[in-house]
Write a protein that binds this ligand. Structure first.
Ligand SMILES: Cc1cc2nc3c(=O)[nH]c(=O)nc-3n(C[C@H](O)[C@H](O)[C@H](O)COP(=O)(O)OP(=O)(O)OC[C@H]3O[C@@H](n4cnc5c(N)ncnc54)[C@H](O)[C@@H]3O)c2cc1C
Length: 272
């Protein structure tokens, strides 16, 4: 039955239910994340500070970008950096039919939930397709391949750990005639290739939740909760657990774990 309001009455906590006011000595609030600040009003009315909720764990939309033609391709380790911020993640990256996803993007969205919200999900993502390989290292590798296999066609000898279709895409992006031999690759094209491999840029416009898996960053300010017991510092006898708190994690079960751990602590101290 939905709780409409919490009314502390002396040493007990009244819950305003459809059936009327019920009184309890202790109450644990586990109502989960709320997309809007309004959803926390009944808890802020009790004096709790609410950290504004914003979505977390989402993928990047790149409408009509030619990279989306490579949907389904993934690279084992790419670095995603958000222009104008300190956000950076090196993880596997997946190209989707709407943009980019995979751990590199999901983790960027989790750590950057608030920053990306402030940018209204409009920003430039810089991709290093080779993870943390530096541009001078790419140049050295290209020089090595040019001297070791000068006659091999560029398209047939990719010296990097990239899927063939992505290699073809990059060559096209750089306007490199891909059936040329490596020896004939000009300085200008080498520079362009290095730039595309280590600092490719994509305009992100909007977000999509990953298989509807998302979590809300924000909620009850942790400063208002005693973490030894999960009891509210504002209303004695009132406890919090789970996503209603300002806790959110990356993918991999961390949100469930946070809910279970805080639930266990709150439950244990309610029985005392
Ligand atoms: C599609 C999806 C997939 C996910 N997959 C993962 C995953 O793989 N790994 C992971 O770690 N996390 C995952 N998450 C996040 C995870 O589910 C949540 O972090 C976790 O369930 C939070 O648990 P909770 O009990 O705090 O809240 P919730 O599970 O949201 O439960 C809150 C409950 O409170 C009830 N409620 C709300 N308001 C009131 C009210 N006023 N009165 C009475 N009842 C109320 C709601 O009806 C609901 O039943 C996923 C989330 C979604 C949406």
């Amino acid at each position: 039955e939905p709780v409409r309001e919490i009314i502390p009455v002396g040493n007990v906590i009244g819950l305003h239910l459809k059936s009327g006011l019920e009184k309890f000595s202790k109450v644990i609030v586990t109502t989960g994340g709320q997309p809007k600040l309004d959803g926390f009003k009944w808890l802020s009315d009790l004096g709790h500070n609410i950290v504004e909720p914003v979505p977390s764990l989402f993928t990047f939309n790149m409408p009509k970008n030619p990279i989306t033609k490579l949907m389904g391709l993934s690279v084992p380790n790419a670095t995603v950096r958000v222009q104008g911020s300190k956000l950076m993640q090196s993880e596997p990256l997946l190209i989707t039919h709407w943009g980019m996803s995979g751990p590199a993007v999901l983790k960027t969205s989790a750590w950057g939930a608030r920053v990306l919200h402030e940018l209204n999900y409009q920003f430039v993502a810089h991709i290093n397709w080779l993870g943390d390989v530096k541009d001078h290292e790419v140049r050295e590798l290209i020089q090595e391949v040019q001297s070791a296999s000068p006659k091999k066609q560029i398209k047939n000898l990719c010296p990097f750990e990239l899927p063939q279709r992505l290699w073809d895409f990059h060559l096209e992006q750089c306007e490199i005639i891909s059936d040329k031999p490596w020896a004939e690759l000009s300085k200008k094209h080498i520079n362009k290739l290095i730039e595309v491999l280590t600092n490719d840029q994509y305009s992100v416009s909007g977000k999509t939740t990953f298989k509807e898996e998302f979590v809300t960053a924000g909620g009850i300010d942790l400063a208002d909760v005693d973490f030894n017991t999960m009891e509210s510092r504002k209303v004695p006898g009132l406890f919090f657990a789970g996503e209603v708190l300002n806790i959110d994690g990356v993918t991999g079960g961390f949100n469930f774990q946070a809910a279970w751990t805080t639930g266990f602590i709150a439950g244990k101290h309610c029985l005392i």
